[in-house]
Design a protein around this ligand. Sequence first.
Ligand SMILES: *[C@@H]1O[C@H](CO)[C@@H](O)[C@H](O)[C@H]1NC(C)=O
Length: 354
Amino acid sequence: MASRFLLLTFIFIATCAQEDVDETMEAFSGYPDPSHEIHQIPSFTVDSLNLQKQIDEVASFSDSPPPSVTRILYSHNDVVARRLSASTFIKNLMGLAGLFVREDAVGNIFGRWEGSEPDVPAVSTGSHIDAIPYSGKYDGVVGVLGAIEAINVLKRSGFKPKRSLEVIMFTSEEPTRYGISCLGSRLLAGSVSLAKALMQTVDNANISFLDVAKSVGYAENEEFSNVFLDEKSYSAFVELHIEQGPILENQGISIGIVTAIAAPASIKVDFGGNGGHAGAVLMPQRNDAGLAAAELALAVEKHVLESGSIDTVGTVGNPVFCILEVHPGAINSIPSKSHIEIGISPKLFVKEMP
Ligand SMILES: *[C@@H]1O[C@H](CO)[C@@H](O)[C@H](O)[C@H]1NC(C)=O
């Protein structure tokens, strides 16, 4: 049903957007000319009903029951949401919007609307669709489906771009599976160290990134440096993003504009100590790997709180959903090994735009 509607929309676009003049977004919208009256802006109509339907459908590709969403990188549901479902998969929607679609070696998906000056750096927008365990359905997804709908809106309005416009669905913004956040966009930005590291990276079940990427149809040439983009590919990037936080909601504010960005990083730490029978080894003789990890967890909290930045966060956990993993893991056995993972998002200030 959804696909038929979209198809009709597409045909409608194809027949009505003909003799328009190519123009820049500024000329089209009047922004930022202060004398430009608001009523001169062509009427944009977002098909919000259909957009909501698409968001709901993507939410159904989940490893946890609704209303929660769990969609881990390269899992069956992640792959289905990208490109296998009958009606609302990302690649299909990009195609229906008339975009030229390509996927790179890690599954970043690009939908390009070629401008009349295709060699000029493009304007791009997009986000991600992977979802942390038991998350909500809007985080990331709105930035992808909303971007495709924004293209549809522009096409319906008769706009014809000078600069190419591109929608990007980034692979693995969330670090859930491999402990690497913004994996796809880091590669696009040309991270040589990441491209190298990915050849060896495994998840907590010892499944290698390379193997799983290949099993879902990516990484054909067994390398990732071909994902790097030329520095001049884009002149601007904007992202509509719903974060799953309470701050705006608590203040009754419907939308915010970021003034800084987070620079997420994660660290995996293993401690080795001396095991022993809990009843027989007295406290002064112990070298408890579990407590060492616990102390580090508390130190992370203390350090972040003392950083002086309210926006800097630090979290300790690991992908098996416990704070720390101890070996052998019994109350009468002193932990000889422990493992914790630390996620930090320090705040980086963004340079003021000219
Ligand atoms: C992980 O897999 C590799 C390759 O199959 C194997 O050599 C290694 O022993 C495994 N590591 C663990 C901890 O199971």
